[in-house]
Design a protein around this ligand. Structure first.
Ligand code: IMP
Length: 187
């Protein structure tokens, strides 16, 4: 498919077609693992909403949806080290199979906080599905069972990911031109 690339994007790192193919692969693995038991998808807002919508529509097993909103980054894009819960789960997760859906695992601060938080509520199982994984950037390594793409440590936008709340609606994952963030790279 020909994509009209946004003028602020220096390079498309992962195309729309590549994302679609990867989601089909991830969905097949998730469908095979959970089967008729189904799974509760817990999306981490805001970034995961685009990925979760496409992933969910590729799954043919019973699923429920819930969302959490946390803040670990403001518009400043540097990890503050502090994860604050802005929106908690609507449902009880005790005894349920839970799959945390993330857009990107970078320092891993956000996801490791959420893992601890959710584990304390004793789910039947708890796994991570992240579209992007900056592998090796995590202070404490942990398993991302369903990982889409391992990417280098560059700041990316699109497909739910933002810079200062912009670019979330781009259908691909791209690297911003330095002019778009005013010189120094956010990561
Ligand atoms: P972590 O806590 O450092 O793993 O970061 C997780 C959150 O930081 C993600 O859910 C994103 O919202 C944001 N983030 C990390 N890297 C990027 C990036 O390259 N582009 C946009 N947002 C990012």
């Amino acid at each position: 498919m020909t994509e009209r690339v946004h003028p602020d994007i220096e390079k498309v790192l992962i195309s729309e077609d590549e994302i679609r193919a990867k989601i089909t692969e991830l969905a097949a693995a998730i469908t095979g693992d959970y089967g008729d038991d189904g799974v509760l998808l817990v999306g981490v807002l805001k970034g995961a909403f685009v990925f979760m919508a496409d992933l969910a529509r590729s799954l043919s097993i019973p699923i429920d949806f819930d969302f959490m909103a946390v803040s670990s980054y403001g518009t400043a894009t540097k990890s503050s080290g502090v994860v604050r819960i802005l929106k908690d789960l609507d449902y009880e997760v005790t005894g349920r199979h839970v799959l945390l859906v993330e857009d990107i695992v970078d320092s891993g601060l956000t996801i490791s906080y959420l893992l601890r938080y959710l584990k304390a509520r004793r789910p039947a199982s708890l796994e991570i599905c992240s579209l992007l994984w900056k592998q090796g950037q995590q202070a404490v390594p942990f398993e991302v069972k369903y990982a889409g793409f391992v990417i280098p440590s560059v700041f990316v936008v699109g497909y739910g990911l933002d810079f200062a709340e912009r670019y979330r609606n781009l259908p691909y994952i791209g690297v911003l031109r330095p002019e778009a963030y005013g010189g120094e790279s956010p990561r």
